[in-house]
Design a protein around this ligand. Structure first.
Ligand SMILES: C[S@@+](CC[C@H](N)C(=O)[O-])C[C@H]1O[C@@H](n2cnc3c(N)ncnc32)[C@H](O)[C@@H]1O
Length: 238
C-alpha cells in the first residue's frame, strides 16, 4: 500500500472519534492556540478565494465562509468530507468540498486563489515540498500561504515524563508509532518554502492554553503544554 492510501485508511479508522471532538467553527490554528480573531495573521478574507488543505470536518472552512470568503476544502477522508458537507448545510454556507490529496490538486486552477490555508494537517505529508509547490501554483501573485502544524519540539518529548524521546535533528515519526506522520525540523520547513517560491514573512509559536478536558488525555500533559508550544504557524507569500 502506498503512503497516502495508508494515511487515508488510518484517518478513516479514527474519523468517528476525531469528529466527535470539540471543534468550534473558527479559524483555528491548533490545540489551545489563540484563534485567528486573536492572532490576526490573515486579516480580512471578504470576497477572497480561500483553499483549505486537509480541511477535516470543515469547521475552519465554514468559519472562513462566514467571514465572506469563497472557500474550497480538500481532505483525504471520505468520512470527513461527508461530515463537512452536512455541517456547511447546517450553517447555511456554500463551500466546495473535494475529496482528494493535498499532495496534488489538479482540479484547482493555477493562479486562482488569494489564500491557501492549512491547520494541523501537513504532518501527514510524505512530501512537503510537493505540497508547497502545488500551493504556489494555485496562488495568485502575492497570494498568502498560511499554515499551522504540530510544533516539531512537541513530539520530541514524552507525554508523561517529559524526557526527550526522539531527536529533534532527525526527521521522523510524530510520537504515535501507530500512525504514519512526518516530523520535520523548522529549518527543513522554512527551506522547503523558500525553494518552492515563497517568502516567509513570519513564524509564530504561540503559547497554548491548558483545557481541563485534556486531563485524561495521554497526548496532552499540563506541564508539557506550559513549557512547549503545541503548534508552529508559518505565514508566507508568493
Ligand atoms: C488533524 S486533522 C486537521 C483537520 C482540520 N484542518 C482542522 O484543523 O480541524 C488532519 C486532516 O488532514 C487530512 N489529511 C491527511 N493527509 C492528507 C492528504 N494527503 N491530503 C488531504 N488531506 C489529508 C486528514 O484526513 C485529516 O482530516
Amino acid at each position: 500500500m502506498n503512503k497516502i492510501n495508508r494515511i487515508k485508511e488510518e484517518w478513516e479508522g479514527r474519523s468517528e472519534g476525531y469528529l466527535k471532538e470539540y471543534n468550534p467553527i473558527e479559524i483555528d490554528y491548533g490545540p489551545g492556540v489563540p484563534n485567528e480573531n486573536k492572532l490576526n495573521i490573515i486579516g480580512s478574507v471578504k470576497n477572497k478565494k480561500v483553499l483549505d488543505l486537509g480541511c477535516g470536518g470543515g469547521q475552519i472552512s465554514i468559519a472562513f465562509a462566514k467571514k465572506g470568503a469563497k472557500v474550497t476544502g480538500i481532505d483525504l477522508s471520505d468520512k470527513h468530507i461527508e461530515f463537512a458537507k452536512k455541517l456547511a448545510k447546517k450553517h447555511k454556507v456554500k463551500i466546495l468540498f473535494e475529496r482528494g490529496s493535498f499532495q496534488k490538486f489538479p482540479m484547482i486552477k493555477s493562479k486562482s486563489q488569494d489564500i491557501v490555508f492549512s491547520s494541523w494537517a501537513f504532518l501527514y505529508s510524505p512530501d512537503l515540498k510537493q505540497v508547497f509547490k502545488e500551493a504556489n501554483r494555485v496562488l495568485k501573485n502575492e497570494g498568502l500561504f498560511v499554515f499551522s502544524q504540530d510544533h516539531p519540539f512537541f513530539h520530541c518529548f514524552g507525554n508523561n515524563d517529559l524526557e526527550i524521546k526522539q531527536s529533534y535533528l532527525k526527521s521522523g515519526s510524530a510520537g504515535n508509532p501507530n500512525f504514519m506522520a512526518f516530523r520535520r525540523t523548522i529549518s527543513e520547513i522554512f527551506n522547503a518554502l523558500k525553494e518552492s517560491g515563497f517568502n516567509v514573512e513570519k513564524i509564530i509559536e504561540p503559547k497554548s492554553k491548558w483545557y481541563a478536558r485534556w486531563k485524561d488525555e495521554k497526548y496532552f500533559n499540563k506541564k508539557k503544554i506550559e513549557m512547549l508550544p503545541t503548534t508552529i504557524i508559518f505565514k508566507a507569500r508568493k
